[in-house]
Ligand binder design. Structure first.
Ligand SMILES: [Zn+2]
Ligand SMILES: [Zn+2]
Length: 380
């Protein structure tokens, strides 16, 4: 007896309001409508971005909501008009859509898609399906979707342009990381910064995104990779992945940018900021070499504070980039990254510090917020 065409009752973690733990509740997940797919989530990781909406300082989020955007699962059923997926397919939900038809999708210069608001913060976009309704109900109330994915639930519904089909033998407890953190950091180095062989790089912030950026710099052939974090416990993994120097700004007698400029005789070719605070952004820009230094911003802190830049810094030949989802065209690229993982081009295992049952999601948030984890994978 299948579930196709029926409402599915299952377990989900609901954020009823900011500043409160998530609640594991029974939710009703409606059938997929036109061009939608209902997915059974097998594994989901936590990302700091999932913590932003429930941070009381972040005032843009809508509640109640099912968070989660780093998941992997199996197609349960498809709505009318879906041609690229069938029940049983292994899939990764994508917060970065790829409609394949818009001006951005048709350009090789970007991975943006007009299905994503290009002016709003992506964290507060895609909170409802295309018809402006939700597929989730709990205690009679509609529940908002999150980033077009909502993976903190046993079943979710996503648009077919927010979903990538991957190999049948993919390990879902690992490739779920391709839904955000890994792809963002790795792609920032390869696609956005376009790190070159023999170059010198500085990576600020050694969470899952920063460590993935190190892997990207290494694959791109960088000869010196300087890894920076205020927590020296992160250095073991950074070195294992290819960092040649590790610096803790709290242990230095002068500003980190001055130290890096001295170490590299003028500055690095590429700086990637995966931390997101104004101090790290400033240091990342300052430590790039005049003439050709490139600084890529990846991290965003939940307060979204900015950076003041003097035109002279850019007149002197530095460039600033930003990246969303590592520049990957999502539906095209994620299946290839799954294959690259299988072929051991990069390592996802080293990023997973904890695997916990889904019911322990609040403990997982505590571990993440205390900086005790790199990536925590929750399984159902
Ligand atoms: Zn598009
Ligand atoms: Zn994320």
């Amino acid at each position: 007896m299948g579930t196709k065409g029926k409402v599915i009752k299952c377990k989900a973690a609901i954020a009823w309001e900011a500043g409160k733990p998530l609640c594991i509740e029974e939710v009703e997940v409606a059938s997929p409508k036109a061009h939608e797919v209902r997915v059974q989530i097998i594994a989901t990781a936590l990302c700091h971005t999932d913590g932003h909406p429930i941070n009381p300082k972040f005032k843009e989020a809508l509640f109640p909501v099912i968070l989660g955007h780093e998941g992997a699962g199996i197609v349960e059923s498809v709505g009318p008009g879906v041609t690229s997926f069938k029940p049983g397919d292994k899939v990764i939900p994508l917060y970065m859509p790829q409609c394949g038809k818009c001006k951005f999708c048709l350009s090789p210069l970007t991975n943006f898609c007009t299905k994503l608001s290009l002016v709003k913060n992506p964290i507060v976009d895609q909170e409802l399906m295309e018809d402006k309704t939700s597929r989730f109900t709990c205690k009679g109330k509609p529940i908002y979707h999150f980033m077009g994915t909502s993976t903190f639930t046993q079943y979710t519904v996503v648009s077919d342009i927010n979903l990538a089909k991957i190999d049948d033998d993919a390990n879902l407890e690992r490739v779920c990381l391709l839904g955000c953190g890994f792809s963002t950091g790795y792609g920032a180095a390869i696609n956005t910064a376009k790190v070159t062989p023999g170059s010198t790089c500085a990576i600020f912030g050694l969470g899952g995104v920063g460590l993935s950026a190190i892997m990207g710099c290494k694959v791109a052939g960088a000869s010196r990779i300087i890894a920076i974090d205020i927590n020296s416990e992160k250095f073991t993994k950074a070195k294992a992945l290819g960092a040649t120097d590790c610096l803790n700004p709290r242990n230095l007698h002068k500003p980190i940018q001055e130290v890096i400029i001295e170490m590299t005789k003028g500055g690095v070719d590429f700086a990637l900021d995966c931390a997101g605070g104004p101090e790290a952004m400033r240091a990342a820009l300052d430590c790039t070499i005049a003439g050709w230094g490139s600084c890529t911003f990846i991290g965003v802190d939940s307060e979204i504070r900015g950076l003041t830049i003097s035109p002279v810094e850019l007149i002197m030949g530095r460039t600033i980039n930003g990246t969303c989802f590592g520049g990957w065209k999502s539906i095209d690229s994620i299946p290839k990254l799954v294959t690259d993982y299988k072929n051991k081009i990069f390592d996802l295992d080293i990023l997973v510090t904890h695997t916990l049952p889904f019911d322990k999601i609040n403990e997982a948030f505590d571990l993440m917020n205390q900086g005790k984890s790199i990536r925590i994978v929750l399984t159902f």
